[in-house]
Design a protein around this ligand. Structure first.
Ligand SMILES: *Cc1c(COP(=O)(O)O)cnc(C)c1O
Length: 341
């Protein structure tokens, strides 16, 4: 199969329509059989549930080429489970797990020419999502839904090496206790937009959100979980019911314990103890890990000993091992690499 003529290493993270997307509709209490479509546009009623009451959930994963030339995705079963949990929380029907995986396979195969080659650093980003599609004016769940997977090629996250970023402690909250912080819903992002635009205006790359109830514990950023390393080399990640369960973070904790022999724990992390950590990173599908060099707490700076030039040594090891597993250079735990073709 001939690849598209794209300079893979120079594309950024922007939407570029590909040839096919997967579409399935839910009506009269059931999902239709689903199909691949060449139409990137959606026609919706002006009163569609998603437009009025934001009934929508999504996922994000990548298809990419491994060292031995296979097109694969990383742990798509966990994306299927997570979007099911997100949908249930917003009173949406669940798109079954086997169908989710089948849809991922279909859409990736159909767009194989858009999957960047091994070594380019680029990937084909998959965005599964679901939304209420029929007219809803009284506040209630929609009766009809559309599940869709769009794909778009994205460039290497770090061009010219991973430079540590500077983040600030946010005065805005991301997720209420007992709210929707633990599901992947567009509504969590809508309310984070003002905070991130403001952070950028003030010269910061990201917001660190604390728990809204006590403002003493670390939660996450707008779109990535935290991972810390203590001075004696233990990996620590915050535990909270209002954090989105990152697949990257869960994989890194496994890698820390099972591949690197490190101690790793998920527990409440007080902001007061952050200054004592040796390394800090943000984890998510897009970057795997972005190193954090500095945290600004209302003018007071926490500068990690790993500095502003490169990743700390433990985070670097975690990054190298997980990306090695993803790219097929290191043997993966059973079920992590889903071969598509
Ligand atoms: C998607 C997301 C993450 C990262 O999850 P991954 O499964 O690792 O991509 C972290 N935090 C939030 C709020 C997210 O929406």
């Amino acid at each position: 199969m001939e690849k598209k003529n794209i300079d893979w290493s120079s594309i950024g993270f922007a939407y570029m329509p590909t040839d096919y997307r997967y579409v399935s509709n839910f009506k009269d209490g059931k999902w239709d059989e689903g199909t691949l479509s060449t139409d990137p546009n959606i026609v919706l009623n002006e009163c569609a549930g998603v437009l009025q009451y934001s009934q929508s959930v999504f996922e994000g994963l990548k298809a990419y080429t491994t060292e031995d030339g296979h097109i694969v995705t990383f742990r798509p079963d966990l994306n299927a489970e997570r979007i099911a949990a997100s949908a249930a929380r917003l009173e949406m029907p669940v798109f079954p797990k086997e169908r989710f995986i089948d849809a991922v396979e279909q859409v990736v195969k159909a767009n194989a020419a858009w999957v960047p080659p091994y070594g380019s650093g680029a990937t084909l980003y998959l965005r599964p999502y679901m939304f209420g599609s029929n007219a809803v004016i009284g506040v209630k769940p929609a009766d009809e839904y559309q599940f869709r997977i769009l794909t778009t090629p994205v460039g290497p996250y770090f061009k010219g090496g991973a430079k540590p970023i500077t983040i600030r402690v946010s005065d805005y909250d991301r997720a209420a206790p007992c709210g929707t912080g633990n599901i992947k819903a567009g509504l969590n992002y809508a309310m984070s937009l003002h905070a991130i635009v403001d952070a950028h205006k003030q010269g910061f790359d990201e917001n660190m959100y604390l728990d809204p109830k006590t403002r003493t514990k670390v939660e996450e950023t707008g779109g990535a979980n935290f991972i810390f390393v203590t001075k004696d080399g233990k990996v620590v990640t915050p535990k909270s019911d209002s954090i989105l369960p990152s697949i990257t973070r869960r994989s890194l904790i496994y890698v820390a314990k099972e591949y690197l022999g490190l101690e790793a724990e998920e527990r409440e992390v007080y902001f007061d103890e952050v200054k004592d950590f040796a390394e800090c990173g943000l984890c998510g599908t897009a970057a795997v890990i972005s190193p954090v060099g500095k945290i600004n707490d209302h003018g007071k700076e926490i500068c990690f000993p790993s500095g502003m030039e490169k990743m700390g040594p433990v985070i670097q090891k975690l990054y190298d091992t997980l990306t090695g597993i993803q790219m097929g250079r290191i043997e993966a735990p059973k079920g992590w690499i889903h071969v598509i073709e």
